[in-house]
Design a protein. Structure first.
Ligand SMILES: [Ca+2]
Length: 246
């Protein structure tokens, strides 16, 4: 079960026509899914034992997600934006599901923007969600608690891997995956300063070099897939639609 603070009524993303677009273009409802996962279960598991780090909560505060229309992102073109996504714990097995009114067709780029909290703290959430955009809570194999709190707020631009990807043209969903194995990669947990009670805290005041490493991992750990079955997980038949350009 995922915990989310706001109820989303996504009805009219991109409804406003522009000078180049047809405001009467037909829209269809398509799914946008968001989910955290681990691509390396030896390094990180979510809510189950087995990883060197077990993530128990992954609180993300997201502003809008936007999608640039067309097959050529080198020219100015229209964008479709979702309403603000808000704060949620994405560590559970089920994806957050949003229904979006989309213009069926090709999209060449997606941008996800994190934002700092400034919302009411949900029950069970750590205090840090109030003034951070990303808060990861977990523990190491030896039981040491781990908390990472970041103010990462840069837009994460994902470029289509094959020029463009389709959305709204069939029943496939788009799935935004946050890969926590990538986010935690190369962080020196063994060398981190430990508090006797809080364990390892990585934030703007503690273990700053580890925070710098973490924040450098954020964008590469965000990937957009075409989720063919719309099950909220990445399966062999799914298609990598967009990722951060190196
Ligand atoms: Ca899938």
């Amino acid at each position: 079960m995922k915990r989310f603070v706001i109820c989303l009524t996504l009805a009219c993303g991109g409804c406003a026509g522009t000078e180049t677009g047809n405001p009467n273009a037909p829209y269809s409802t398509a799914e946008l899914l968001l989910n955290a996962r681990s691509s390396n279960n030896q390094a990180v598991t979510l809510r189950q034992a087995g990883g060197a780090v077990v993530v128990e909560q992954a609180w993300l505060t997201l502003d809008t997600l936007s999608f640039r229309e067309g097959t050529d992102c080198t020219v100015p073109n229209e964008s479709l934006s979702t309403p603000q996504i808000g704060l949620g714990d994405h560590s559970g097995p089920d994806a957050l599901r949003l229904n979006i009114n989309v213009k069926p067709g090709s999209y060449c780029q997606a941008t996800a923007t994190f934002m700092n909290g400034q919302v009411e703290k949900p029950l069970g959430a750590p205090e840090q969600v109030l003034d951070h955009s990303i808060v990861i809570v977990g523990r190491l194999e030896d039981g040491t608690p781990l908390t990472i709190a970041s103010n990462f707020a840069a837009p994460v631009q994902l470029d289509a891997t094959q020029g463009a990807f389709e959305w709204g043209t069939d029943s496939s969903a788009l799935l935004v995956e946050f890969d926590l194995a990538v986010w935690l990669k190369a962080i020196d947990l063994a060398g981190a300063v430990r508090d006797p009670v809080l364990g390892i805290v990585i934030d703007e005041l503690n273990n700053q070099s580890a925070l710098t490493t973490f924040e450098g991992n954020v964008a590469p750990g965000v990937t957009l897939y075409r989720d063919i079955a719309g099950n909220g997980d990445v399966d062999p038949g799914d298609i990598k639609a967009a990722e951060v350009s190196l």
